[in-house]
Design a binder for this molecule. Structure first.
Ligand SMILES: Nc1nc2c(ncn2[C@@H]2O[C@H](COP(=O)(O)OP(=O)(O)OP(=O)(O)O)[C@@H](O)[C@H]2O)c(=O)[nH]1
Ligand SMILES: [Mg+2]
Length: 233
């Protein structure tokens, strides 16, 4: 699971020394509460874009959910917002075919992206997924962070590496999130989390903290809500 102790607000990083465990615990509790409140707000679909010219005008801070087809992007959006069928999910890869924009309480926009990697070689990512998706990721002034999902059960793929390289080039901050943690035994999950942290460390635009989640059990969802709440208007 994500170690909440490794995450402290920018204030602490910029020099304020937190002296006691109790103070740190209070900060973590405050972050969880801010996340809970934000994600308890109403969340509504307001825009679907199949082409770049169709994007809604930039407004609120945006969080984009990216990852291979079937990794669980739409399921994670549903788990975060506590709504079972806000974003459409499917056991068939390729369910989400456009950029779907959701307004969360008038404070944050969640963007459920189509997946990459389904019937695509890594070298095709640039030509294919890169087209509109990369243009969106690179050119969107309000995009605050990309949540890049990786399946806990599946090895890190060349297509994931290709997308991380694109995000590094675009200097878009991204956060690696492991999905489907319920489907992996604890020892394997710990190993996967460590390996994922090692990958993040090697990428300049990757946030160092890895969130380990399950849309099925809710594992890691409050912590991820807390993290995303720091980016809301
Ligand atoms: N066991 C388990 N299955 C999950 C979890 N999250 C998603 N799934 C399953 O994974 C499949 C794909 O989920 P989606 O949320 O549609 O995946 P996606 O990344 O949005 O897929 P595309 O839109 O096709 O790119 C579905 O069958 C989900 O039920 C999870 O936390 N645990
Ligand atoms: Mg989807």
């Amino acid at each position: 699971m994500a170690d909440p102790a490794s995450h402290q607000p920018a204030q602490a990083e910029s020099g304020t020394h937190l002296s006691t465990e109790a103070e740190q615990q209070a900060l973590r509790a405050a972050a969880l509460e801010a996340g809970r409140r934000l994600f308890a707000a109403e969340c509504t679909f307001f825009f679907g874009a199949q082409r770049l010219e169709q994007l809604p005008p930039p407004g609120l801070p945006e969080i984009a959910f990216a990852g291979r087809s079937n990794v669980g992007k739409s399921s994670l959006v549903n788990a975060l917002t506590g709504r079972n069928s806000l974003a459409r999910t499917s056991s068939q890869p390729g369910r989400t075919r456009q950029l779907n924009f959701f307004d969360l309480g008038g404070r944050l926009v969640l963007v459920d992206m189509p997946g990459y990697g389904y019937a695509q070689a890594a070298k095709d990512i640039k030509a294919d997924w890169q087209g509109m998706m990369f243009d969106y990721l690179r050119g969107r002034p309000t995009l605050r962070r990309v949540v890049l999902l990786l399946d806990s059960r599946i090895e890190f793929k060349p297509s994931d590496a290709a997308v991380m390289d694109l995000l590094d080039q675009a200097a878009v901050t991204y956060q690696l999130v492991l999905t489907k943690a319920d489907a992996v035994k604890p020892a394997a999950l710990a190993k996967k989390t460590q390996a994922t942290a090692d990958i993040a460390r090697a990428h300049p635009a990757a946030h160092p903290e890895i969130f380990v989640t399950s849309a099925e059990t809710g594992l890691g969802i409050p912590e991820l809500r807390g993290e995303l709440a720091t980016l809301a208007a």
